[in-house]
Design a protein around this ligand. Structure first.
Ligand code: GAR
Length: 194
């Protein structure tokens, strides 16, 4: 069975959608572990689905690389076919990314390459664009720069607030994540180099 480790930092709505999808025995992938950089609500979703969790907090380490090395050893112990960054809000250093790429993907709430970084929804509103979207891409050493796998547009209605727009994007990105994992597990989508 195609195995997935999900890394999270926050609410975990995307993780929850993937856990629900993979709990169907007909789905061609399973989540074998969920990791986080801090205690988060997302870990509770994993526990509800009886998926093992691990937390590696950066604060206990002398460098980002040292932290990432321990995070990587937790991930590699589970031998996943794919690692999904689903709202994992720390930038991962090269030693982590290079050990896993291209088997590591990220969800981003914009139509990349537009609005990279941690405030994509706010930045799209500030730019006054009429549409944004959801993107899944392979993670490389840059920030939101890797090869795009799937992308879907979301319209921005006049006067919409940042939380409302994020909610609208997340409806799309949850479906996109489940579809990406299904396609990767079944060989319909390939992870080529970024
Ligand atoms: C998602 O919308 C994801 O696209 C975004 O964080 C949210 C996590 O939500 N990621 C980024 O902005 C990465 N740059 P969730 O914890 O409810 O899945």
């Amino acid at each position: 069975m195609f195995s997935v480790v999900v890394l999270v930092s926050g609410a975990g709505s995307n993780l929850k959608a993937l856990l629900e999808a993979t709990s169907n025995p007909m789905f061609p992938a399973q989540v074998v572990g969920v990791g986080s950089d801090k205690a988060s609500i997302a870990l509770e979703h994993a526990e509800q689905f009886r998926v093992p969790t691990f937390v590696v907090e950066p604060s206990g380490f002398s460098s980002t690389e040292a932290w990432a090395k321990v995070l990587l050893s937790n991930v590699e112990y589970l031998k996943p076919d794919l690692v999904v960054l689903a709202g994992f809000m720390k930038i991962l250093p090269a030693n982590f990314v290079n050990a896993l790429s291209p088997r590591i993907i990220n969800l981003h709430p914009s139509l990349l390459p537009e609005f990279r970084g941690a405030h994509a929804v706010r930045d799209a509103l500030a730019a006054g664009v009429k549409k944004t979207g959801a993107t899944i891409h392979i993670v490389d050493e840059g920030v939101d720069t890797g090869k795009i796998l799937l992308q879907q547009e979301v319209e921005i209605p006049a006067g919409i607030s940042e939380p409302e727009l994020l909610t609208k994007i997340q409806v799309v990105e949850r479906q996109q994540l489940v579809e990406a994992v299904r396609m990767l597990a079944s060989g319909e989508l390939e992870l080529a180099g970024s």
